[in-house]
Write a protein that binds this ligand. Structure first.
Ligand SMILES: NC(=O)c1ccc[n+]([C@@H]2O[C@H](COP(=O)([O-])OP(=O)(O)OC[C@H]3O[C@@H](n4cnc5c(N)ncnc54)[C@H](O)[C@@H]3O)[C@@H](O)[C@H]2O)c1
Length: 348
């Protein structure tokens, strides 16, 4: 078992290990929580794990209610969010009660936003079940739902009181979802270098899973502690995301987020190499990393993607902030005038 303490505005522990979900009741008692718990989950995860978590809570004197919605990004909207709030109100939840997310990033983002806003904020606990949620979305306090106009357009920064990831949950995660999580993993590998890069370069296994997740969480912790509200350094976590969002828009989300991020990293690595800013050695190491993780994809050519860059949330006024790669473990924020983006991506 591993544990990482995130010293954000509300400090919390991220606990990672085999079988830790069975200890949810004890962890909640340590946090001094009592009363009702709304377990928010989706139609894939709830049948596998919700009853087990609810039983543990009952055993420790809590009153759990399970809310389940249709799995998938399409459910991450105002309507499902409204349903969660309505059930919280119907069940008489108050500020002393708790919302618990049990699922991937969709569940976590939406349950977190409901917790952030119901009665102006009730305690939130996140139990991620996907690789992507374990290494990325469950930590850092970003919560959101989508609008028809775009992803994550309504949300709040709201830190959980606890993140509990049971590595056994990965056993039921389909291969495509593992690969999707590895896409965000590639991002951390290139941002951080070192052990995360080495683990992913040799391939994720059940033996190194716990280490990999703890290292990724720790990498995110360091960035979030420095810049919780994304005024500067936290933007580094957007490595690959300008390209990824363009791919997602162009393919109408057929390409999953993590896979699109890995392609974004590939495009940025290739660009930096072409511009003479990234060494041959690091460039080929990144290429090998992508191939090892079944992410050596050729998706939409950059020329097709550029028109979508200006719709990116990383645009401010006439400037787009790109995360550029100067080396493995050395990524930088580079501001580019919107007018110059096409020329920049041609390597000039
Ligand atoms: N808040 C953040 O900082 C942040 C960061 C990155 C991504 N996100 C968000 O995360 C979401 C993507 O997360 P995701 O990839 O986890 O998607 P997801 O929640 O849709 O989960 C992917 C699929 O895997 C299934 N699943 C999850 N865990 C399972 C398990 N253990 N066994 C079997 N099936 C399981 C889910 O039911 C779903 O079908 C997006 O909405 C994205 O915007 C948020």
């Amino acid at each position: 078992m591993k544990s990482v303490t995130v010293n954000a505005s509300t400090p919390y522990e991220v606990v990672i290990g085999s079988g830790v979900s069975a200890k949810i009741g004890e962890y909640m008692q340590e946090l001094g929580r009592s009363g009702k718990v709304m377990i928010v989950s989706d139609t894939n995860v709830a049948p596998l794990y919700a009853e087990g978590v609810a039983d543990q809570l009952v055993y420790h004197g809590y009153e759990p209610t399970i809310f389940t919605f249709d799995a998938g990004e399409e459910s991450k909207n105002l309507s499902t969010y409204g349903d969660i709030l309505a059930l919280l109100a119907e069940e008489g939840f108050t500020r002393t009660d708790t919302v618990l997310a049990l699922g991937g990033g969709v569940v976590g983002d939406m349950a977190g936003f409901a917790a952030a806003t119901y009665m102006r904020g009730v305690a939130f606990i996140n139990m991620p079940t996907s690789l992507l949620a374990a290494i990325d979305s469950s930590v850092g306090g970003k919560t959101a739902v989508d609008l028809p106009q775009g992803k994550n357009l309504v949300g709040a920064f709201y830190q959980p009181r606890l993140v509990l990831f049971d590595t056994d949950f990965i056993k039921t995660l389909p291969y495509d979802e593992i690969r999707n999580g590895l896409g965000e993993g590639v991002k951390y590998a290139v941002l951080e270098g070192g052990e995360i890069f080495d683990i992913l370069s040799s391939g994720l296994t059940s033996d190194n899973l716990e280490d990999f997740i703890a290292l990724s969480v720790d990498a995110k912790r360091r960035i979030v502690e420095e810049d919780e509200w994304e005024k500067g350094k936290r933007k580094l976590l957007n490595l690959g995301h300008t390209v990824a969002h363009a791919v997602e828009t162009l393919t109408e989300y057929v390409v999953p987020h993590g896979v699109a991020v890995a392609y974004g990293v590939r495009v940025m690595s290739r660009l930096a190499h072409d511009r003479g800013e990234l060494s041959d050695e690091d460039y080929y190491k990144i290429e090998e990393l992508l191939l090892e993780n079944d992410l050596g994809l050729e998706l939409n050519p950059v020329e097709e993607l550029i028109p979508y860059f200006s719709a990116d949330k990383k645009k401010a006024g006439r400037t787009l902030t790109l995360v550029t790669i100067a080396g493995i473990g050395d990524c930088r924020l580079t501001e580019i005038d919107i007018e110059d983006v096409a020329r920049y991506f041609e390597g000039n």
